[in-house]
Each structure stands twice: as C-alpha cells, then as structure tokens.
Design a protein around this ligand. Sequence first.
Ligand SMILES: Nc1ncnc2c1ncn2[C@@H]1O[C@H](COP(=O)(O)OP(=O)(O)OP(=O)(O)O)[C@@H](O)[C@H]1O
Ligand SMILES: [Mg+2]
Length: 330
Amino acid sequence: MDKQQEMLEKIGLVEDPSRNKTLAETNAIKHFGVNPETETVMLLVEVGKKINEMTSGITRNIAKIVKAEYGFKSLVIEYEQARPENFTKKAKIIAIASGKGGVGKSSVTANLAYAFTTLGKKVGIMDADIYGANMPKILGIETLELMGNADGKVFPYVVDGIEMVSTEFFVEENKALMWRGPMLGKVLKIFFEDTLWSQDLDYMFIDLPPGTGDVMLDVNNYVPDAKIVLVTTPHPSASHIAIKAGFAAKDLKQEVVGVIENMSFYEVGEEKHFIFGEGGGKTVADKLLVPLLSQIPIGQPEHGPSIYKDTEYIGIMYLNLARKLMKLLP
Ligand SMILES: Nc1ncnc2c1ncn2[C@@H]1O[C@H](COP(=O)(O)OP(=O)(O)OP(=O)(O)O)[C@@H](O)[C@H]1O
Ligand SMILES: [Mg+2]
C-alpha cells in the first residue's frame, strides 16, 4: 500500500466524538488531497456537530498522524456538519425570518412552496413558529393528526405534493401553547430527527417565529447550511427589526440570500398607494448587502384565504420570485 493510502486509512480510524464513530465508519472524509510542494494535507471532513469542542480533538488526532507520523508540514481541514439521520439530505433549506410579527412570513412561506411546486420542485414546509403555528390553516388542512410508524417516527402531512409538519399537530385545538424552552427543543427535535421527510425533497422552507431568538439558534444547530430570506413591510418599524434579524443570522454564519418586501403597496387601477410607507425592503437589503428579491403588493387571493394561484397577478410574482431563488440556490 502506498504511503498516502496508508495515512488515509489511519485518519479513518480517528473518532468523531459527536457521533461516537470513526471517520471511516461514517464515510466522513469527503475530500483528501496532498500538495507535495508545500507538503500540505487537505481534508474535507463531515462531522455530526460542527462545534469547536467536537472538531478540535479530531484536528489534533489527525495532526498527530499527518505531521508527527508522516512528516507533513501543514494540515488544512474543513469541517462540514452532517444533516440529522432521518432528515432530508439534499434539499436546499430556506428559512423565512422577519424579526417583526405579522409581516407575512407564513403567507410567503406557503406561497413560495406552491410556486416551487408549480415549477416542478418537490418541497417541504417546517412550521417552526412554535407559538403562532398556523400553516395547517393556511394550507387548508382540517385533520390535525400525523401518521406515525412503530419506531415512533412521524410522517409529514402531504398536501398538493407539499410535505409539512407543524406544532399545530402536537397541541389540542383552541388551546394556547405555553411551552417553555425545553418543550421548544422537543418539538424541533421531532421536526429534524423524528420526521420521515422524503429523501428526494429539493427545497425545504422553514417558517420561523418572529424575533431573533431560540428557534433561529436551534435551527442553526441542526442545519447550519440553512439560508435565510428576510420578509419585511415597507414601514421602518418592520425594516428596523428585520435588519436585526439579518445581523443575528449573519452572527450565526448563516447566509442571508435576500429580502422580500410584503404589503408593499395597494394598486387601484394604474395608481399605487403606499399604505404602509415606502423603502423598508430596500433599506434592509442595502444594510445587509443582499438583493431585494420582490415587492409583493397588498391583495387577497381570488381562490381561498391564503394561496395565490398562478393565474393571478400576485401568483405570477411568486413564480418569478421562486425562479430567482432557484437561481440563487440551484
Ligand atoms: N400581500 C398581502 N396582502 C394582503 N394580506 C396579506 C399579505 N401578506 C399577508 N397578508 C395577511 O396578513 C396577515 C399576516 O400574515 P402572516 O400570518 O403570513 O404573517 P406572519 O409574519 O407569518 O405573522 P406571525 O408573525 O404572526 O407569524 C394574514 O392575515 C395574511 O393573510
Ligand atoms: Mg406566521
């Protein structure tokens, strides 16, 4: 066996403490390269948890092999966090955040899911607005029950080809939810670890609660590769907090892909009325150096309470928005 192969096998025996398994067992080494000129070894390693307490030990153990045993001068390791075991592996994750409540996150989430579906993508929605979950209502779902299997895993609800889970499925109807922190964690655990999402989902939308709090952090822990889309109204009271939510995401090293301004104006004939003011979306986009993706006017859907069809003006805007997002996150 050549020396490099031998070294790679030894690296494979290093354990990932977040999974209690070796890198070889979890097929964690995604890339291995050697630069003979600089005598550098480069690795891309998938880990269960990409946090310093977990990865620093791995780095140390690999360095012992690469440098002490095989005499290389330097070692460059990039870590990537694996998706939770049952979670959909290849779907691009788009979390919808706003900071301020009531600006249209849930409407945007649902309508984007429909637009992506219309464009031939397979999508899921995670209604992570723990206290104000309303995705079942928005999607017109009456039965608030999920099917489970013998192992205690749940199947997402499927409506018009869209897979969906919501806290609504886990509380009695008409009862306010007064869970504390630990319960919050439990419901997200169900969504990320105990839900049998289809493995071939292309996109997953996460409807985040208002604010910049716990749920955003938890989502980041489970899927640090989730991208953020910010929703704001044109009014400074909303854009001000959307900017904060955007910076909170950036602090977590989450990529903000763009801003959607909702309830931008009301159109009467050719004339636009800026009922909630002007400029909020652009302000957020400029502050965060990301594109303003769309300005969605005020208007009720023609068929049903929440979803705009692709024959309506706003429905077509959602299709265009979906195309833009697909280009940004192919
Ligand atoms: N462009 C729009 N035109 C007219 N009504 C809208 C528009 N967008 C959202 N709405 C309505 O505004 C209300 C709030 O929207 P939605 O529930 O989507 O906001 P949210 O940000 O998810 O709120 P929350 O913070 O409570 O979760 C809903 O009644 C929704 O139907
Ligand atoms: Mg909502």
